[in-house]
Design a protein around this ligand. Structure first.
Ligand SMILES: Nc1ncnc2c1ncn2[C@@H]1O[C@H](COP(=O)(O)OP(=O)(O)OP(=O)(O)O)[C@@H](O)[C@H]1O
Length: 680
């Protein structure tokens, strides 16, 4: 051990023996198999800090997390731990941890740096899922598949099949096993995917999957030297990685030296993105000698009764999970299963309990309502607003999905890469009078060398003529670059007056763009900004807000997927009924139901002190025509089996009226007698 570590013997004392073993493990491959709330994030942060304390160069540590937020938190934690040991100079070292981020964001940076060596344009732009579906649609149209006698799969389905095939590294026929209704189109889909790949390459765009695919190829070529750039590779939430990600790791570190992966097979919830739980189960045997496994089974988060109920849920999983978690925190009340008549009552119940807890000193930020699908929280959002309880919602409609933000991003992307047709198509049509046909023609001009100049003299429809010169001036400025985020200010100055002409709610949209400019200032360049935001869009207002909002207290509303890795003192799980969880979209297959069970387990294990599982007797059917009023009567979720319910306390809410109010026989107001009385 180095002197620094010896002089501070207390620095790993707060860890338990298994956690400490994981932190102190040497150079061979390591798998930390950690149950919910067992301190895996904490252990990983200590391991990184320990490596730095021991002299590792932080710039040669590759740390992959599930979200940008998780990476930022991890950097903060590492910095704090290292500072305890090394004092102020740790600050600079932790800041050197520049290769911490999501797989996709790191892939994008590495590919840009090595672009010219692997035949990529270093100015490539990245398409989000929607842009990718649009490009797929364009190819589908150009191949004549949109005019087939029999209906050809829609653009989103085509993209899903493509993505499944490449991420699972499976032949198309195998990927079609998950889309049996499309199997008859195998030959056409193959032609379509070839055209899609050619279009992406011609336009200098990469989609999400490409970032991993190209990276896997790059990592597999030792002479390109990627593996030699890093001494340590650490990956969090390994249960949610897919085969391509496993291939990247294998390429970077064929012998497993310096590799640490951390995860929990019982929390694997992303198979719909081709995540492969076998990655973590098979990890030790990939290496020879096999990786060391450290198992963390002490749960520090939840009280014993909450953990007992969560353990009972996962015990019914089809595959057995090896770790039965043991609670460190004894005492506490059993989780509540609350029966409510409907979602309005559910919302009222949550609000009452939240306010009650706040009176008792639990901050709103320590309380969260979790739900399977973003739309499930709508009645609660109304009730919270009515009662003036501030909240921030994670998951669901993203800030970047709004039309005006997409417009701005498209124009910035086109300035970055004038060959990007999907972005160009959107951006050019912002000029009033430019329709689809003109946009196509102008894009062809723009894609040729000297394109920006060619735009100046381009023929445009008469209706667009007045605005055209302004647009070209803006675009030429953006191409040349005013600096960052000055580009965005220039763009806003052009776009916002136009927004005011089109939209009644322009002020709100302009406020969004001001927020966007605030975020932009946090990135060193336009390319980094576009890349990072496209890959990991801010999930909620809270993600975007600067310090003022962060000082406020607000409750958290989150989809269960977005709640991964987090914890709160009091947790409400909404709509614990069949059809919501498990979602009726998943009940078609056993694997689907098993994944929903793990999702329910993730939700329950977020709670530290209090857990409320809400079971409305009827719930509103979502995805129906606007203002539709279909309700269904709901059955308690199948995951709340008798064995699980035995570990819960059951209540009805609102409570039945007191005995005496109910007891009086006969009608409370005898209107019939009044009617008779009129004639007496
Ligand atoms: N050795 C320990 N002593 C005391 N508290 C601990 C210890 N290890 C972890 N904790 C606490 O337990 C809680 C859970 O830790 P952490 O978030 O790291 O768990 P996790 O395994 O990443 O959870 P999950 O996978 O469920 O998201 C945190 O509040 C953390 O501070």
């Amino acid at each position: 051990m180095s002197e620094a570590a010896l002089s501070t013997p207390g620095y790993l004392d707060r860890l338990n023996p298994e956690q400490r073993a994981a932190v102190l493990h040497g150079d061979g491959p390591l798998l930390v198999l950690a149950g919910a709330g067992s301190g895996k994030t904490m252990t990983l942060a200590h391991r990184v800090a320990h490596l730095i304390v021991e002299g590792a160069d932080p710039r040669r540590i590759l740390l992959m997390t599930f979200s940008r937020r998780a990476a930022a938190e991890m950097r903060g934690r590492v910095g704090r731990i290292a500072r305890e040991v090394m004092g102020e100079k740790a600050e600079a070292l932790a800041e050197g941890l520049t290769w911490a981020g999501t797989f996709h964001a790191i892939g994008a940076r590495l590919l840009r740096e090595q672009a010219t060596e692997i035949g990529l344009d270093p100015d490539f732009t990245i398409h989000d899922r929607e842009d990718s579906a649009d490009l797929m649609n364009l190819c589908r149209h150009e191949l004549g598949f949109s005019r087939m006698a029999k209906r050809f799969p829609a653009k989103g389905t085509c993209l899903a099949i493509y993505s499944r095939a490449v991420n699972a590294r499976a032949p198309l026929a195998a990927a079609l096993g998950d889309f049996p209704w499309c199997a008859e189109w195998e030959a056409e889909l193959k032609a379509l995917f070839a055209a899609y790949v050619a279009a992406k390459q011609a336009q200098g765009v990469l989609d999400y999957d490409d970032l991993l695919l190209y990276w896997a190829e790059l990592a597999a070529e030792p002479e390109l030297g990627l593996g030699a750039r890093f001494d340590h590779v650490l990956i969090d939430e390994y249960q949610d990685t897919n085969r391509v990600q496993a291939a990247i790791l294998a390429g970077l570190r064929p012998d497993g030296r310096g590799v640490t992966v951390v995860g929990d097979d019982a929390q694997s919830i992303y198979s719909f993105r081709a995540a492969e739980v076998r990655n973590i189960l098979d990890f030790p045997a990939v290496f020879s000698p096999p990786a060391r496994i450290v198992t963390l089974t002490r749960n520090y988060r939840s009280t014993a009764p909450i953990l007992a109920a969560a353990n009972a849920v996962i015990a019914e999983a089809r595959e057995g999970y090896a770790k039965e978690l043991v609670a460190e925190r004894q005492g506490g009340l059993p989780p509540l299963m609350i029966r409510v008549p409907d979602e309005a009552a559910q919302a009222a119940y949550v609000c009452e309990r939240v306010l009650e807890a706040r009176e008792a000193g639990v901050a709103l930020k320590g309380q969260a309502a979790l739900f399977r699908t973003a739309s499930h929280s709508a009645p609660l959002e109304v009730e919270l607003t009515r009662r003036n309880i501030p909240f921030v919602k994670f998951g669901g409609l993203k800030f970047l999905d709004t039309a005006h933000v997409k417009d701005v991003m498209a124009l910035l992307r086109l300035a970055e890469n004038p060959r990007d047709r999907v972005s160009g198509f959107r951006a050019l049509r912002l000029v009033p009078g430019i329709g689809p046909a003109s946009a196509e023609r102008l894009l062809a001009l723009l894609a040729a060398p000297g394109g920006t100049e060619a735009l100046r003299g381009a023929r445009v429809p008469a209706r667009a003529a007045a605005e055209w010169a302004d647009f070209v001036a803006l675009f030429a400025g953006l191409r040349a670059g005013h600096g960052w985020p000055a580009d965005l200010s220039a763009l806003r100055a052009w776009y916002e007056p136009r927004l005011e002409l089109i939209h009644e709610d322009a002020p709100a949209r302009i406020a969004d763009l001001a927020t966007l400019e605030g975020i932009a200032a946090g990135y060193p360049s336009r390319a980094r900004f576009l890349t990072e935001l496209t890959l990991d869009p801010p999930a909620a207002g809270g993600d975007l807000a600067g310090p003022p909002l962060l000082d406020d207290d607000y409750m958290i509303l989150s989809t269960i997927h977005s709640a991964k890795g987090q914890e709160w003192k009091q947790v409400f799980v909404l709509n614990c009924v069949d059809g919501c969880i498990p979602s009726d979209l998943a009940t078609g297959s056993r694997a689907g139901v098993e994944e929903e069970r793990r999702l329910f387990y993730v939700a329950m294990t977020r709670a530290k002190d209090a857990l409320h599982l809400l079971v409305p007797a009827r719930f509103h059917v979502h995805n129906q025509a606007a203002r539709g009023d279909r309700h269904v009567h709901a059955a308690r979720s199948r995951f709340l089996s008798d064995a699980v319910v035995a570990r819960l306390a059951e209540r009805s809410w609102p409570p039945p009226p007191p005995e005496e109010a109910r007891a009086a026989p006969g009608p409370r107001r005898d209107l019939a007698a009044r009617m008779r009385g009129m004639w007496e």
